[in-house]
Design a protein. Structure first.
Length: 479
């Protein structure tokens, strides 16, 4: 099949979260399975400054309509393999910035113009370069209007650019909401600024465009696909999703098993495998040394995430005394809400031998933390899929996770089934999280139980080669 993907992030070229990991691994896997894959991404500064971009070739210059103006853009093509091409849509006014979406917890004021332009530019580039797709697959709100623009351009020019359109929701909490005045940048007829269009409580929502105007809507886990139909998890969009319920389904993400492999991981001081786990102890010691924590015979808990309410920081803070009184260790890698950063810094300052923080984005450190921890924490309030709980299982680090979203789909509670259990599931509240932490202490003290759980973890196969077969089947059945 000829498949076009579009997103605002792709690993390793631009990453702020799991979206980049998913799009990068999915497209690489599809191309390896013999499909011709094109990927459209904004021309961010980080991409333009990368050594790989020097190999990119200018393919065409676009003039993209935005309200009353036509704004120039350039399309660069960068081959990433025999069957995978990265198309970089460059307009420096919009994308030559240090951060992709904003700074210091504040979005850029022109994100509406930036990503409406991006949606239009994707389709215009496909038209000008005569890129015809069997499947046109867009991801998250930044590409939410692209499926609609594709159909409009097809109708206006009496051509076919994409036989079927797909739209993936990676996190419904981020909806691309802008003032109703931003609708003028879309150049769409007024009828689209209504309830059955992209209007959303006297605003406009770009993600709603993807929901209403794609042939199929995907989420990144089966359980999350069910959850977002409810008021608890629907973020106000459950009504729109109910309208499209028959076209909504979830496929759990995979992980890049080449990038995340304890046997070959270049970021680790020692490698290890299911058959020989001796190197994991060295990784544990190196992790504690790196963040300046003292040795302990009790568990080392690790956490990698954005420091936000969604990721369960309130639950974590409610249990910090557990870490201290049980002489455990906690290492947190991430940055985010200043209030959570300050609270964690206070704990780390008071207990510098037990609590270590790294408030940076550090890919190498995230690998070390996965390998060097004894348990991985994900007390998320909601979690569309999550990747770290799968990374941790591959690295023999049992996860303690909330029983929500994709965490429910990818972790088996050891207390429920010791034969296949890989971690501990708990409801996202203080009492249940505390019980799970108590259980982790008991399991860690029992060498046979802990090693059995580790073995179960490392036997799990979360590779994209399995997941991509589900996408292949879905794509082919839709044609």
């Amino acid at each position: 099949m000829k498949i076009v993907h579009a997103a605002s992030e792709m690993f390793p070229y631009l990453k702020t979260g799991g979206l980049a990991d998913v799009t990068g691994a999915l497209c690489k896997s599809l191309s390896r399975f013999g499909h011709d894959v094109s990927f459209f991404i904004p021309g961010y500064r980080k991409i333009l400054e990368s050594p790989e971009f020097a190999k990119a070739k200018l393919k065409t210059v676009l003039q993209v309509e935005l309200e009353d103006d036509f704004l120039r853009g350039e399309v660069y093509a960068l081959p990433l393999g025999k069957r995978l091409t990265l198309y970089v849509l460059r307009r420096d006014e919009f994308f030559d910035r240090s951060n992709p979406y904003g700074t210091a917890n504040r979005d850029y004021d022109d994100n509406d113009r930036r990503f409406i332009w991006f949606c239009k530019a994707i389709v215009e580039a496909m038209h000008v370069l005569d890129i015809k797709a069997d499947i046109f697959h867009c991801h998250d709100w930044q590409t939410g209007l692209a499926p609609l623009y594709l159909r409009i351009v097809e109708q206006e020019n009496r051509i076919s650019l994409g036989l079927k359109t797909f739209f993936s929701i990676h996190n419904l909490a981020f909806q691309g909401l802008f003032p109703s005045s931003s609708f003028r940048f879309t150049n769409l007829p007024d009828e689209f600024n209504e309830l059955d269009g992209i209007e959303f409580y006297e605003q406009i929502s770009l993600i709603k465009g993807g929901i209403f105007f794609s042939d199929k809507i995907l989420t990144v886990s089966p359980n999350y696909a069910k959850e977002i139909l409810t008021p608890e998890f629907g973020c106000g969009m459950e009504g729109a999703l109910k309208v499209r319920e028959d076209d909504l389904l979830g496929i759990a993400n995979g992980i890049d098993t080449e990038e995340w492999n304890p046997k070959t991981d270049r970021h680790l001081p020692a490698n290890y495998s299911l058959q020989d786990r001796s190197g994991k102890r060295e990784c544990r010691n190196h992790l504690l040394d790196t963040v300046g924590l003292s040795p302990t015979d009790n568990p080392v808990f690790g956490m990698v995430c954005r420091l936000t309410e969604q990721k369960g920081l309130d639950l974590l803070l409610s249990q910090m005394s557990f870490i201290v009184k049980n002489d455990c260790r906690l290492v947190v890698l991430g940055m985010g809400d200043p209030a959570y950063e300050r609270a964690l810094k206070r704990w780390a300052k008071t207990h510098p031998d037990k609590i270590g923080l790294r408030m940076v984005l550090d890919e190498a450190m995230s690998h070390l933390l996965e390998a060097g921890s004894d348990f991985f924490l994900m007390p998320s309030i909601f979690e569309p899929c999550g990747l770290n709980q799968m990374y941790s299982q591959r690295y023999g680090t049992p996860p303690l996770v909330s029983n929500v979203g994709g965490l429910h789909d990818t972790v088996v509670d050891y207390r429920e089934d010791a034969d296949v259990g890989t971690g501990l599931l708990f409801e996202p509240n203080e009492e249940a999280f505390g019980e799970a932490l108590d259980a982790s202490l008991a399991l860690f003290a029992s060498k046979s139980d802990y090693e059995k759980m580790q073995t179960n973890c490392m036997k799990r196969d979360f590779s994209w080669s399995n997941v991509v077969k589900e996408y292949e089947t879905l794509y082919s059945e839709s044609l």
